[in-house]
Design a protein around this ligand. Structure first.
Ligand code: CA
Ligand code: CA
Length: 231
């Protein structure tokens, strides 16, 4: 599978945005859940939900990129026991294991979007016109694809994990958040995002991992979400 050689992701330290590179040529990109074609991109670690420095028995890596049509996200989620029994759109995937994205224009906590996908490829999507006032009946036009290395809901064997690719259309992000598409997002534009992994080792308890530590037990802690800058 060809490399997305022109993709690159870099980020600065605390207080500086993650820099997200534009994809120059998507012709070679295969939207299939496998992430070999993201090898040219530096991954970001999703390691802790609430506080920096915690040691947790799970990790994840995420990749971000963009073009004129979409914001792209990929993730690798190593997992020796794939656990997600939900099969219907908008099922509460977060009660078992899932990868989640929150996207907003700013840190105000209003007008944001939540996306979840499970290893089964089942999705949950909701828009939040106000903080925590979600509209789950809303359905996104996002694209998702997953690739599973193991067997889902077979507790007796040892899995390796799953990978996921996501494409979020800018026109939808602009319609449902304070981002503007007139003109469309371009180099220099900034937005807020957080990515979470919900993992249940032994199918109990819950380990929550975040791209940007929320610093409090709230997935909707927008003031602590990561800032992205398109480049
Ligand atoms: Ca698991
Ligand atoms: Ca929905």
């Amino acid at each position: 599978m060809p490399l997305l050689a022109l993709l690159a992701v870099a980020h600065g330290g605390m207080g500086t945005p993650y820099v997200i590179r534009q994809v120059d040529d998507l012709d070679d990109y295969v939207f299939d859940g496998a992430i070999d074609d993201w090898r040219g991109v530096r991954p970001m670690r999703v390691t802790v939900k609430n506080r920096p420095g915690n040691h947790l028995p799970a990790t994840a890596s995420v990749w971000l990129a963009w073009d004129a049509a979409n914001l792209y996200v990929a993730a690798r989620l190593p997992d020796d026991d794939l656990f997600t029994e939900f099969t219907q759109q908008d099922d509460p995937l977060y009660r078992q294991e899932a990868f989640e994205l929150f996207v907003a224009a700013d840190g105000s906590g209003s007008r944001y979007l939540e996306y979840q996908v499970s290893a089964r490829g089942v999705t949950f999507d909701a828009r939040f016109p106000q903080y925590r006032r979600g509209d789950e009946a809303w359905d996104s036009r996002w694209r998702t694809a997953v690739a599973v290395d193991g067997t889902i809901d077979e507790p007796g064997d040892r899995d390796r994990g799953w990978t996921v690719e996501v494409a979020l259309p800018w026109d939808e992000l602009c319609a449902e958040t304070a981002l503007t598409c007139d003109p469309p997002p371009a180099a220099g534009a900034r937005l807020r995002i957080n990515a979470f992994r919900i993992e249940r080792p032994g199918r109990k308890g819950m380990v929550g991992l975040a791209l940007s530590p929320t610093l409090r037990p709230d997935f909707h802690a927008w003031e602590n979400a990561a800032e992205l800058e398109l480049r």
